[in-house]
Design a protein around this ligand. Sequence first.
Ligand SMILES: Nc1ncnc2c1ncn2[C@@H]1O[C@H](COP(=O)(O)OP(=O)(O)OP(=O)(O)O)[C@@H](O)[C@H]1O
Length: 299
Amino acid sequence: MTVIEVQNLRKAYGDTVAVRDVSFSVERGEIFGILGPNGAGKTTTVECVSGLRRGDGGTIRVLGRAPADTELRRLVGVQLQESQLPDKLSGREALELFSSFYPSPADWQALARDLDVPLATRYAKMSGGQKQRLSIALALVGNPEIAILDELTTGLDPQARRHTWGLIEAVRDRGVTILLVTHFMEEAERLCDRLAVIDHGAVVALDTPAGLIAGTSTEQRIRFRPSAPVDTALLEARPEVRQVVRHGSQLEVVGTGNLLHAVTSVLAVNDIIANDLRIEQASLDDAFVRLTGRSDSGE
Ligand SMILES: Nc1ncnc2c1ncn2[C@@H]1O[C@H](COP(=O)(O)OP(=O)(O)OP(=O)(O)O)[C@@H](O)[C@H]1O
């Protein structure tokens, strides 16, 4: 069942067209990612879905309603990139206050424990990571059906980031649908069921992480140190092999299909052992570069 439907969304700020043409739909229970370089229009898109901004064109439906529908405040939890709270509010006060807005809130103490939110610290005194963890907890405290998380792990150290991924998966396992904006390829690959790659205000690809990677290249590279000299013509004679390159004592074989089987069977017939064998395949980074022409996501 579709819970978020965005069709031909457009939004400009004066002369700057932030979102040119964005369409995607999110199914109940999935973690749907929006990935793209800086300034691609990701935040503007999710702000329109959250009802915080109005698009100039296109349609958005969240649980069948228009984003501004007040009923959605109860059903959708939002964690935004730069949430600002009053400086004097402590973690405990913020969680207590927010949970009082909802008819059946989550156990905020358990959330604070899971996310390591400092309860006694005032907002102004919190580190960037602590503020971030508090804002994630606030997005989840109302027990929402949908959680919208923008750059949820930016500013967290790698360990805290991995811990947060586990928490997000646990939230999804409770049936919450998650719309996630991220810069991090590893995060997108690990967490998202499907991804929309946005560039210059438009969706340039929409697929599973594995589908995006497969669309990039089916080519593989195998590197190894042969235990004895190899007649490279024997490898090149195999249809799976496109190229064999020597790098000192190492051989690199580039090809497609069941390349590993092709290489190991040639070596086995010739009593050669492949030492230090490594296989390289296309990654989500490669897919991102192909789709956006940029070498990183702007971290
Ligand atoms: N309030 C605003 N007023 C004017 N221009 C804006 C505003 N917010 C965003 N923009 C511009 O709109 C474009 C898209 O911005 P947006 O924040 O949606 O992108 P983003 O993909 O989320 O980027 P980032 O990864 O840097 O957060 C950018 O050119 C940005 O400078």
